[in-house]
Design a binder for this molecule. Structure first.
Ligand code: KIV
Ligand code: NA
Length: 278
């Protein structure tokens, strides 16, 4: 059913074929992402920020992830879908972790899950992988730990940090992760990790030498993200302006009685069916 598999993603690294991933959180965004030909869609817990309006990903629940994941999968039937395990759903017993991961797969209909962290979650990664659930790792700036990290800081700024990141990446690979997101990691450290691993790295704010890239849908398309511009984001289309102007015109036309016109209306003497569609 799915065009891309975890083994195809690994082959893309081997053949130097860059992996393009975008987040999506609902039916229309997933439909557009699939039409654009992305290699995979991430139902990120960034939906907490860009869809639900929280100021971090921490309030996002397993139910939120399942709800959004289902709507994405309905639209993107031929695209590999990765769904984030949200805050604190993979830090209890392995039994509880597996139960939560199973819900993302069975109720959320995802093809894979993603977890933030390094060595400390390698048992969880291994348990899910052994159960047949492909796991994507996530290192560097891990937003679920923002209070522990103390802010959105660039990671891998010195050789000690670089060594820790590399060890974490190797632990995830060893535990069975099929790919790893590197978020806000210095370009040199991301490149070094990419060279040292046999599984693909997916960068966001981690420079051009990762095996693939991921961006948040709303950031890449200027859609409702009113945050200060981030250096690692490129805005590929300014949909925010398009929508804002469209909505203003709609309001103006209603106020001025320009819309609806007779052209948008149904007349008694017209021969139209009594129902709209079909
Ligand atoms: O939630 C998300 O969108 C993510 C990406 C930024 C990697 O985890
Ligand atoms: Na995330």
């Amino acid at each position: 059913r799915k065009a891309v598999t975890t083994s195809k993603l690994k082959r893309m690294k081997e053949t130097g074929n860059p992996i393009s991933i975008i987040t999506a959180y609902d039916y229309p965004s997933a439909m557009l992402a699939e039409e654009a030909g992305v290699d995979a869609i991430l139902v990120g817990d960034s939906l907490g920020n860009v869809v639900l309006g929280y100021d971090s990903t921490i309030p996002v629940t397993l139910e939120d992830m399942i709800y959004h994941s289902r709507s994405v999968v309905r639209a993107a039937q031929s695209t590999f879908v990765i769904t984030d395990m949200p805050f604190m759903t993979y830090h209890g017993s392995l039994d509880q972790t597996l139960r939560n991961a199973a819900r993302i797969m069975q109720e959320g209909l995802a093809n894979s899950i993603k977890m933030e962290g390094g060595r400390e979650i390698s048992d969880a990664v291994k348990a899910c992988t052994m159960a047949g659930i492909p796991v994507m790792g996530h290192l560097g700036l891990t937003p679920q730990s923002i209070h522990q990290i103390g802010g959105y800081k660039i990671q891998g700024k010195n050789s000690a940090q670089a060594q820790q990141l590399l060890e974490d990446a190797k632990a995830l690979e060893q535990a069975g992760a099929y790919a790893i997101v590197l978020e806000l990691v210095t370009e040199q450290v991301a490149a070094h990790i990419t060279e040292q691993l046999s599984i693909p790295t997916i960068g966001i704010g981690a420079g051009p030498r990762c095996d693939g890239q991921v961006l948040v849908f709303h950031d890449a398309l200027g859609y409702g993200s009113e945050m200060a511009p981030k250096r690692f984001v490129k805005t590929y289309a300014d949909t925010g302006s398009l929508i804002r102007n469209g909505l203003k015109q709609y309001v103006n036309e209603v106020k001025s009685r320009t819309f609806p016109s007779v052209d948008h209306s149904f007349l008694m003497e017209e021969e139209v069916a009594g129902f709209l569609y079909g």
